[in-house]
Design a protein around this ligand. Sequence first.
Ligand SMILES: N=c1c2ncn([C@@H]3O[C@H](COP(=O)(O)OP(=O)(O)OP(=O)(O)O)[C@@H](O)[C@H]3O)c2ncn1[C@@H]1O[C@H](COP(=O)(O)O)[C@@H](O)[C@H]1O
Length: 105
Amino acid sequence: MGERTANVQPGNIGETICGLAEVIGSRRDADPEKSYTALLLQSGEDKVLKKVVEEAVEVALACKDRDHDHIRYEAADLIYHLLVALEYHGVGIDELAGELDARRK
Ligand SMILES: N=c1c2ncn([C@@H]3O[C@H](COP(=O)(O)OP(=O)(O)OP(=O)(O)O)[C@@H](O)[C@H]3O)c2ncn1[C@@H]1O[C@H](COP(=O)(O)O)[C@@H](O)[C@H]1O
């Protein structure tokens, strides 16, 4: 992370998000000096939520700039931080899938 990735190829969103959520969950008790996710999870709710809000603003600004690559980059940051917030509050990715599926017509 840290800079935009070149030549990004489309992936399978379900597998990607499930895999990421699993890694995030595995960092709950990890060493915060070795894992940014562990650092975030152990920093407390305010830090976790601040990052979600910051990244949401970054997505909005990238959209206003009509910058396709930047929108994709910031959306990935937002999804990562949202998944950290879900992990912090013990909301499973399967529960999120159930919520979204229940809304499908
Ligand atoms: N997807 C991500 C991801 N997206 C963004 N980030 C981090 O989120 C931070 C983005 O916040 P900022 O740009 O605001 O950076 P910052 O100012 O340094 O952050 P703060 O000091 O404000 O917390 C950066 O440090 C990024 O590296 C991520 N960190 C980790 N992941 C995934 O989580 C996995 C586990 O990561 P670790 O916990 O670090 O091992 C990785 O393999 C990735 O798959």
